[in-house]
Ligand binder design. Structure first.
Ligand SMILES: Cc1cc2nc3c(=O)[nH]c(=O)nc-3n(C[C@H](O)[C@H](O)[C@H](O)COP(=O)(O)OP(=O)(O)OC[C@H]3O[C@@H](n4cnc5c(N)ncnc54)[C@H](O)[C@@H]3O)c2cc1C
Length: 507
């Protein structure tokens, strides 16, 4: 596993790796697994001490038999690459908890609402009569009344959609579109109800209509946690050949073209303590490795930290890389001796609110009856709010350490919100016995996922990003630039890997 700081480069072409894969998330692990029988020398380099990236399943010692999903936790029936791969590597697919349906509760503007109440007489939104619709129906209405959308035209011809004034919709931000064609109250209603969907006003306006038109699907999970997908793929890749390696704690910082063909890759070695990764502070903390081909299995925010002059000096490539923005996200779990949040609402499985905890969800109960609640699942600016609070206080008893610690300040603030949402007096909430959190807002995870800015044609960008420089053997596999709704799902990364391998790595 060890790498040395010798430069295996220009003068030793035979030592060159056939392929260097950068990133040990599901994208890097799936790439290695798909190339496992090609007889190639392949090394995967990962910045941290952990395989999985944004698929991160952790255990809470206080609640044996349970696990926390800090990142991805579920997938849809039409995520066929993920499902087929999971089955092929022997993982068990199970239903994702209880579906949302009528067991969902909204707490908006201080009012408890069921699904039908959102648009009914209890709604705290001052909606006009023709705006009293479910969020999905209202979005479809706004588009139908103000653009040339037809059911046959979308999504195939989404770039020919124009407003009634002739403005191409894909060039508009959500803020621009909705503030022009909906009342601000209706826009506020959509933002509040679709907690994870419309919050970022700068993203392209098509996102809303894509969400509203996205067919519903049953949701599934992996028994034992989604983190088992990348770790199992990586294990199989490594076991298949002696020339397959995984190098943890290696951060790619620079790519240089080698004079004898291939690339010299400069890595900085890192160290990880309790989930916090920092550069190794020794004199020889950098290594250079030669590779004939490079597959970058990293998202947008990581790519921009890699110094590759070919990308940096090409405005068209940088324009594609920057076509999406980073949307930070986070999850906070708390554990209690019993499910106090079920006291007044035994049927409620999950909630959305306009409070900073945004989405909450009944989680698992351990073999010792300790129960867990996903106390906050948020994105956008709210992530910065929790980051700020997490600096104060001390870890609660039973908290995970380091990067995943929950402080008493964070816990107390969450309990204030949870008591409102679940209608339980804060003084009746029992003492928490554990907790864990992960905020995806710092390098290498400055984002939970990426969303397109207005003005870009997603299919064209996705095509460019597979092989940004036609004359280079440097490829990108990431869902950052995935078309449609795939950008927020692991399936988008697997789709990107399949496209790159079938286009450029056919046997
Ligand atoms: C809170 C949250 C909830 C989510 N929910 C779902 C869900 O329910 N279902 C779903 O399908 N998806 C979900 N996702 C999205 C999903 O987790 C990601 O899309 C997917 O894991 C991305 O995989 P990836 O391999 O492309 O990137 P990543 O997982 O980000 O992996 C990239 C890896 O590259 C490493 N790296 C970065 N830079 C370098 C470098 N310079 N050198 C070496 N290594 C480097 C990183 O450390 C990381 O391990 C969620 C994500 C978050 C954050």
């Amino acid at each position: 596993m060890a790498t040395t700081n010798t430069t295996k480069a220009d003068n030793e072409p035979n030592d060159c790796l056939d392929i260097a894969v950068i990133g040990g998330g599901i994208g890097g692990a799936y790439t290695g697994w798909r190339l496992r029988d090609r007889g190639l020398s392949i090394s995967v380099f990962e910045y941290s001490d952990r395989v999985g990236g944004r698929l991160f399943t952790a255990e809470l010692p206080e609640a044996p038999g349970t696990y926390l999903e800090f990142g991805g936790m579920r997938f849809r029936t039409d995520h066929s690459i993920l499902i087929n791969t999971a089955i092929e590597i022997g993982l068990k697919i199970v239903p994702f908890q209880k579906s949302d349906g009528n067991q969902k509760l909204w707490y908006l503007r201080g009012t408890h609402l069921g699904k039908d109440d959102l648009r009914g007489s209890k709604t705290p939104f001052n909606l006009k009569a023709n705006e009293r619709k479910s969020p999905e129906a209202l979005i479809r209405d706004i588009f139908t009344n103000n653009t040339n959308i037809t059911s046959t035209k979308f999504p195939e011809e989404m770039y020919s959609l124009t407003t009634n004034d002739g403005v191409p919709v894909y060039k508009m931000s959500q803020l621009n579109f909705y503030s022009h064609y909906a009342t601000m109250e209706a826009y506020g209603y959509l933002q509040a109800c679709m907690a994870m969907g419309l919050v970022n006003q700068q993203q392209g306006a098509l996102r809303g209509v894509k969400m509203a038109n996205s067919p519903s699907s049953a949701l599934h999970a992996i028994e034992g946690g989604m983190g088992r997908l990348p770790t199992t793929l990586m294990d199989i890749f490594r076991q298949r050949s002696k020339s397959h390696h995984l190098h943890l704690n290696h951060q790619l910082i620079r790519i240089e073209k080698s004079q004898t063909g291939g690339y010299n890759l400069r890595f900085r070695r890192t160290q990880t303590v309790d989930g916090v990764t920092t550069p190794l502070t020794t004199d020889d903390n950098e290594v250079t490795i030669c590779a004939r081909k490079v597959i970058l299995a990293v998202p947008r925010n990581c790519l921009v930290h890699v110094d590759f002059p070919t990308f940096r000096n090409n405005p068209a490539i940088m324009n594609s890389i920057n076509s999406v923005f980073d949307d930070p996200a986070g999850k906070i779990f708390l554990a209690y001796p019993y499910k106090w949040w079920k006291t007044g609402n035994p049927d409620t499985t999950n909630t959305d609110s306009d409070l900073p905890c945004r989405h909450t969800r009944d989680w698992f109960t351990g073999t010792n009856n300790v129960s867990i609640i996903l106390a906050s699942y948020h994105n956008g600016e709210t992530t910065r709010y929790w980051r700020e609070l997490s600096q104060f206080g001390t870890p609660i008893p039973g908290s995970l350490p380091g990067a995943n610690a929950v402080t008493d300040v964070v816990k107390n603030r969450l309990e204030t919100y949870l008591s409102l949402i679940y209608n339980v007096n804060q003084s009746d909430i029992p003492e928490a016995v554990g907790g864990g959190m992960m905020l995806w807002d710092r390098y290498p995870f400055e984002a939970g996922w990426h969303c397109f800015k207005p003005g870009f044609k997603e299919d064209e960008v996705a095509e460019i990003m597979m092989k940004p420089s036609p004359s280079d053997d440097v490829y990108v596999v990431s869902n950052s630039w995935a078309e449609g709704m795939l950008g927020v799902w692991s399936e988008g990364t697997l789709h990107a890997v399949d496209r790159v391998l079938s286009n450029y790595f056919s046997k």
